[in-house]
Write a protein that binds this ligand. Structure first.
Ligand SMILES: C[C@@](CO)(OP(=O)(O)O)[C@H](O)COP(=O)(O)OP(=O)(O)OC[C@H]1O[C@@H](n2ccc(N)nc2=O)[C@H](O)[C@@H]1O
Ligand SMILES: Nc1ncnc2c1ncn2[C@@H]1O[C@H](COP(=O)(O)OP(=O)(O)O)[C@@H](O)[C@H]1O
Length: 292
């Protein structure tokens, strides 16, 4: 699988993967939602959403993970479009086409990224701002997926602060083909809450970044392994890859990531990790900045 080109990666319909480099559960609200602290990055791999004028609202899905969404009557793209149209007082007239490249229910925010892409496409067409509350109501990960740049995320996902300046680094993503339910993983989490992480303003190298991140964790990883033990195999395989600096699960799983010194090392590692039923990708840790 190839990286999205820099120009394409900045297109409003590009719904790139979200990776939680650390994920601390710091508390729980009265409504059951959890307070989080996470450093989130967006590598150049993702779904692509496009939009054509139409009389009604529709969605056609293709791509390698389209079958996983075939029974999905309430796709997040349609939900996002319907809610934005209602908010804007417009008819939801749009024929969406989604190329589903990211595994579904996998801890890298594919559905949230698709919803964010739908909002961006409609905002551009209608020349309207996207209301932050509308984004959050679609899912706790939708605000960060709208941002699509490295950020420090807190609250339940709605508070976005600048990330440390990041060095060049590579990422490998591996999903073992097991869908994991986010609410089930939060319910299975046990133990104390974690503190907010202490992060420096910048990391000079991928090695220093990995060393600091290694002192943090993903509080959902242990409950996810209990529900899907294959995640431990994925983590061991990534950690054993040549020049891997850190292996950890993203979000509520089951996708795990490896941190590498650069994109080339990550690509090599991803090629070596391929197994039947495993989705593997390797490349740059973050998208190239917008050009021009
Ligand atoms: C865990 C994270 C970390 O980035 O990633 P994913 O595993 O989804 O990729 C996100 O917070 C997931 O965001 P998202 O998947 O949009 O969550 P939502 O649809 O809003 O919520 C699904 C369910 O997850 C739980 N939930 C979600 C977010 C949060 N801060 N606290 C929670 O307790 C709640 O049980 C909620 O009913
Ligand atoms: N466009 C979409 N892509 C992925 N999942 C979707 C989509 N629309 C609705 N969903 C639902 O959202 C759930 C969460 O999917 P996803 O965002 O891929 O995972 P995660 O929240 O673990 O990162 C899925 O179980 C699926 O039922």
């Amino acid at each position: 699988m190839t990286d999205a080109s820099p120009g394409f990666a900045c297109a409003p319909g590009f719904a790139c993967a979200k990776v939680n480099l650390h994920l601390h559960v710091t508390g729980r609200r009265a409504d059951g939602y959890h307070l989080l602290d996470s450093l989130v990055v967006f590598p150049p791999v993702g779904d692509t959403l496009s939009l054509a004028p139409a009389a009604g609202l529709s969605l056609a899905v293709d791509g390698p993970f389209a079958p996983a969404l075939s029974g999905e009557g309430d796709n997040l793209v349609l939900r996002a479009a319907a809610r934005f149209a209602a908010h804007a007082g417009r008819a939801p007239e749009a024929a969406f086409r989604l190329v589903k490249t990211l595994p579904v229910a996998s801890g890298i925010g594919g559905g949230s990224a698709d919803a964010a892409a739908a909002l961006r496409l409609l905002a551009a067409r209608w020349n309207l701002p996207i209301p932050p509350d509308l984004a959050l109501a679609l899912g706790a990960d939708v605000p960060v997926c709208l941002a699509r740049r490295p950020v420090r995320m807190s609250g339940i996902g709605e508070i976005l602060a600048p990330a440390p300046d990041l060095p060049e680094f590579g990422l490998v993503l591996v999903n073992p083909g097991v869908a994991v339910s986010t609410p089930a993983i939060f319910r299975a989490r046990a133990g104390e809450f974690s503190p907010q992480a202490d992060l420096p303003p910048a990391w000079p190298t991928a090695g220093r970044m990995a060393a600091d991140l290694a002192r943090l964790g993903n509080d959902l990883q242990t409950p996810a392994i209990a529900l899907a033990p294959v995640i431990a195999d994925v983590l061991a395989a990534i950690a054993a890859a040549d020049s891997c600096l850190l292996a950890r699960m993203s979000g509520s799983g089951a996708t795990c990531f490896g941190l590498f010194p650069d994109a080339e090392a990550a690509r090599r590692a991803a090629a070596g990790l391929a197994r039947d039923g495993w989705w593997c990708w390797g490349g740059a840790g973050q998208m190239a900045p917008a050009q021009g």
